[in-house]
Write a protein that binds this ligand. Structure first.
Ligand code: KIV
Ligand code: ZN
Length: 388
């Protein structure tokens, strides 16, 4: 089934789990624009929406199905016929359609959400997969709240849905509860104990309630999962989902893990800003990979080391994620080396003593001013006077 055992499939749910965030709702044309960018980025699967949830969501799935051709287009459902019928209908123009159906798997959800029993839930899970299979060949099953589910029941559920025709089994840590070691062990247990597991791909879908979504996703991949679900900029319910850009760059940076995706990483920054703008959701400056400060060096010690050799303080090259360039930020913590770098950039080559004088004046300026502009630097040298 898998040609390359080390290939990781990337499943983007920015337009479904991401779009559920209050204030992040998009119009259909906005979703289409993002879907086209996701296609250009190289994602394998786009979760386009939850068709039964509203006429707008239904229409978005229809239009995205028409707009993209390489990625699989996926539609979410609960485990019932009405949801599945709506998804089949919405996906009718998709070149590669997938239905994502599922139900709760933890005792917490079984008792307190479904008021049901393990046996009944298992039956509904199997029925949903069989029903969806009538309309679409590619069926992904999600075992909601798998992070807190009993592992033996989870294994039984996974085996039953694969036997019913599921091609992908999603093991969500819906509440972002697990530690990486626990989540990794869950995936390993399924890989080693579910007898038909080789007939499906295991998918990881982690939430970030404890800040562990990316770490848990990587643990899942290291233990046998081959699909990762996440969003651009890590947006999503509550504290968000796994950030796709983080997982992609971890696998690139740590080649020793031995896994790879087909994401064109140079396009990451562009789509990050598109999603942020469309969803009116700013990217925090210190966000890994795509934050405004991700490649900004501001302390004197770091700036000096960076200017001697960028690899001293850079494990990812900004151009590898399409980031405009690394920046040396001038602040009162900057050293002479950083000032020299910026003055030379502006065409000023100073002797040692002139630089020492300019640095002295610079520190006085930087103590009282947050943004040091190129004009301030020119004034430092040309007029030898400081305007704060
Ligand atoms: O977090 C979750 O469990 C989900 C499922 C619907 C896949 O988003
Ligand atoms: Zn989710």
């Amino acid at each position: 089934m898998l040609h390359d055992p080390n290939r990781v499939y990337v499943f983007d749910t920015t337009l479904r789990d991401g779009e559920q965030v209050p204030g992040c709702q998009l119009t259909t044309p906005e979703k289409i624009e993002i879907a086209r960018e996701l296609e250009a980025l190289g994602v394998d699967i786009i979760e386009a929406g939850f068709p039964v949830s509203s006429p707008g969501d239904f229409q978005s799935v229809v239009e995205i199905s028409k707009a993209v051709s390489s990625p699989t287009v996926c539609a979410l459902t609960r485990a019932n016929k009405g949801d599945i019928d709506a998804a089949i209908e919405a996906l009718k123009y998709a070149k590669h359609p997938r239905i994502h159906t599922g139900i709760g798997s933890s005792d917490m959800h079984i008792k307190h959400k479904f008021n049901s029993t393990r046996e009944e839930i298992l039956e509904r899970a199997v029925e949903a997969v069989k029903y969806a299979k009538r309309g679409v060949e590619d069926i992904e099953f999600y075992a909601e709240d798998a992070g807190r589910a009993d592992i033996h029941f989870l294994a039984k559920m996974v085996e039953a849905v694969i036997a019913a025709g599921a091609t992908v089994v999603n093991i969500p840590d819906t509440n972002g509860y697990c530690l990486p070691e626990q989540y990794g062990s869950k995936i390993r247990f399924l890989k080693e104990n579910v007898k038909n597991i080789d007939k499906a791909i295991i998918s990881v879908h982690c939430h970030n309630d404890l800040g562990l979504a990316t770490a848990n996703s990587i643990a899942g991949l290291q233990n046998g999962a081959r699909q990762i679900e996440g969003t651009i900029n890590g947006i999503g319910e509550r504290a968000g989902n796994t950030s796709i850009e983080e997982v992609v760059m971890i696998l690139k940076t740590h080649q020793s893990i031995g896994l790879h995706t087909q994401i064109k990483s140079q396009r990451i920054f562009e789509i990050s800003r598109l999603v942020s703008t469309q969803m009116r959701m700013p990217v925090q400056p210190n966000k890994a990979i795509v934050g405004g400060n991700a490649f900004a060096h501001s302390s004197g010690i770091h700036q000096d080391g960076f200017l001697k050799m960028r690899e001293n303080y850079e494990i990812i090259r900004p151009e590898d994620v399409g980031f405009p360039s690394a920046t040396i930020v001038l602040t009162a913590r900057s050293g002479r080396h950083a000032l020299k770098f910026h003055l030379e950039r502006l065409g000023f080559k100073l002797e040692k003593e002139e630089l020492a004088d300019a640095y002295h004046r610079f520190l006085t300026l930087a103590d009282g001013k947050l943004d040091i502009t190129d004009d301030d630097l020119r004034a430092l040298v040309v007029n030898q006077e400081v305007r704060g």
